[in-house]
Ligand binder design. Structure first.
Ligand code: UGA
Length: 472
């Protein structure tokens, strides 16, 4: 049996009680994708001895050689630093992992199930099972993957049943809130830490592992397992809802002649609302927000509380409608017929500073333009390779100049700094027509218009009465 939860307040202000100094722990990290690779590296940088584990031998070999198999700014340098310290190793060997670790973090993916909104828990179940059945003594398994409500309770029963260690094998949930593109900073200096634990011992293990971060004054929320797993899906649902709120306002603006850019600026100055995640445009994508809100709504239905989060279906619909509307704007610019028109699609990744094209709004728009007969040339500073794997039929340019030369219309789909920095005149000399659809409200509209461009963006009038200067 586990011991009782301590009488610590559930939410503890930073520094209210500084955790005791901790000795380096022996940590394994199962699953070395965006989340796990970053976590493994950062754990080693914090002074722990770390073993990164994955079933993908190629990925493990790549990481062990000091290369990061995806684009994440700052991570390659940190990986090499961690490897050089001698505290980070990688393996595909689960026997080794079970023997090595005192604390095991499980960071495998929970993609959307094909043909359903539910999360696919195959990888989570397999990682917990494979590890648990090899662990013979007291240890802590810590889930970091985003999972549906009730998963931690189910896994606790599962791992204690299959493990020779039985109830000595404990489970905790420690959701991760890192953003791609900021993964290292978000891991080493998070906004908060959440420990979902069932015993004082489990809490102490996590406090020891995160000791250097807690001493920075990072807020810590100690919670039960059910709350800890819910924090993550609730946070992503809130963020998705905020984005879809402003994009719903963009739809209203389109019907009334109002300007969503000005609206968002005015709303953002209310400190209760704030401006973050209030950027109107093409909406959210990626491997997290879209599938997380769907899995949340699906699980809530199963639990009989579907009505409580029914609004998430609308959040999803608003988001998807923005993609179709972006295609409409491009079509309007070329006099209603995309067939044979040359479109330069700037961006493929679901957001800048990432090469991730999972559920990328940019690629979806490029695909729809292509299906209407446009000749689409895509350029993304980092994601061309991944995009080509998903949509080999589109043309891909190696650089910006190649992508835009001779274009009938330019569409900005992912707001990379490289695209924000373009001089409208330089761009204008390359294209066939000075027409641009700014899918991300990222360009200086006044400057473009002053230099002879026709510019359209979602939720703003074709000929705004107020210049961008009024946007604050
Ligand atoms: C998101 C969350 O922000 C992280 O906290 C969470 O840990 C992560 O999912 C996860 O579940 O693992 P991420 O997917 O990296 O992180 O990307 P975000 O920065 O949240 O952006 C998501 C999408 O929203 C992007 O497509 C972005 O372009 C879009 N977005 C963002 C907007 O359309 N408008 C905004 O104002 C902000």
């Amino acid at each position: 049996m586990t011991d009782q939860l301590p009488s610590l307040p559930m939410s503890r202000a930073a520094g209210a009680s500084t955790p005791p100094p901790a000795a380096p722990a022996r940590v394994t990290v199962i699953g070395t994708g965006y989340l796990g690779a970053t976590h493994a590296v950062c754990m080693a940088l914090l002074g722990h001895n770390v073993l990164g584990v994955d079933v993908d031998a190629h990925k493990i070999a790549t990481l062990a050689s000091g290369q990061v198999p995806f684009f994440e700014p700052g991570l390659p340098e940190k990986l090499r630093e961690a490897l050089d310290s001698g505290r980070l190793r990688f393996t595909t060997d689960f026997d080794l992992a079970a023997e090595f670790g005192d604390v095991h973090f499980i960071c495998v993916g929970t993609p959307q199930t094909v043909g359903s909104d539910a999360a696919d828990l195959r990888y989570v179940d397999s990682a917990f099972t494979e590890l648990a059945r090899r662990i013979t003594g007291k240890a802590l398994l810590v889930g970091k993957s985003t999972v549906p409500m009730g998963t931690a309770a189910r896994l606790t029963e599962l791992v204690q049943r299959v493990s020779p260690a039985g109830a000595a094998l404990e489970l905790a949930w420690n959701p991760e809130f890192l953003r791609e593109g900021f993964a290292v900073a978000d891991t080493l200096t998070p906004d908060r830490l959440v420990f979902g634990v069932e015993s004082t011992w489990a809490q102490q293990q996590l406090a020891a592992v995160y000791h250097p971060i807690l001493t920075l004054g990072t807020p810590l929320i100690v919670a039960d397992l059910a709350t800890a797993e819910l924090v993550k899906v609730a946070a992503n649902s809130f963020l998705a809802t905020k984005i879809s709120f402003i994009n719903a306002m963009a739809e209203v603006c389109e019907a009334t002649g109002a300007d969503v850019g000005l609206l968002a600026t005015a709303l953002s100055h209310d400190s209760r609302i704030g401006g973050r995640f209030l950027q109107p445009g093409l909406g959210f994508g990626g491997g997290c927000l879209p599938k997380d809100i769907r899995a949340f709504a699906h699980r809530a239905d199963e639990l009989g509380v579907g009505q409580a989060v029914a609004f998430l279906h609308e959040v999803d619909s608003i988001n998807i409608r923005r993609r179709r509307r972006t295609v409409d704007l491009v079509r309007e610019m070329v006099d209603g017929d995309l067939a044979g028109k040359r479109v330069a699609a700037l961006g493929a990744a679901f957001k800048p500073n990432s090469d991730d094209v999972r559920d990328a709004p940019a690629l979806d728009v490029a695909r729809m333009l292509y299906l209407e007969g446009a000749s689409v040339t895509v350029y993304d500073p980092e994601a061309n390779g991944n995009a080509h794997l998903v949509y080999p039929d589109l043309n891909y340019a190696d650089g910006l100049i190649e992508a835009v030369t001779g274009a009938d219309v330019v569409v900005l789909l992912t707001e990379w700094q490289e695209f924000r920095d373009i001089d409208p005149d330089d761009l204008g000399r390359l294209v066939a027509h000075r027409r641009v659809v700014d899918g991300r409200h990222a360009l200086d509209a006044d400057d473009y218009r002053a230099k002879g461009w026709e510019l359209r963006s979602l939720g703003t009038p074709a000929h705004p009465k107020v210049s961008a200067v009024g946007r604050g």
